[in-house]
Design a protein around this ligand. Sequence first.
Ligand SMILES: [Zn+2]
Ligand SMILES: [Zn+2]
Length: 175
Amino acid sequence: MKILIEDITDEGLEVEVDEEAALFEPSLKGSPFSIEESVKGALTVRRFESLIDVSGSIRATVKAECSRCLKSFEVAVECDISSRFVKGAAKGDGGETQLRKGDMDITYLTGEELDTHEVVAEQILLELPYKPICTEGCKGLCSICGSNLNDGACKCEPHEDIDRRFAKLKGFKVK
Ligand SMILES: [Zn+2]
Ligand SMILES: [Zn+2]
């Protein structure tokens, strides 16, 4: 949802989040994740001159593909949002803005609108693991025959070798 920055006041706007799953396709493209149900939540958007504060919470069900066994599973994402934006360009004199450096992450907005969808999509991406795994001990696929080792051992021989190599590697691990 796009909000005209002018319309945001210091009292705040309550924004209901109900974002269609299809809207997230571009930001999840090429990742092991997909969203099939709409993302819900509630945000409060406040503006103090050129500083815009977005806070609230969202929840989404994200489909993930296990990076080890390729099985698809669901990740429930429930998280808070707390983002700050400043209207204006990133460089330059900064006008009347008085920002202390380093105390918060600030995104600069160049247009006249704040897109809450971008805020929500970015937060969801931050919550997702880099390499999703279906379960903590997922055994993955056999590198030779491709069978899912969670369903039981396959008949390929070299698993022992791999285990032994792993044990060796462990010894090199630096604390
Ligand atoms: Zn797995
Ligand atoms: Zn195998």
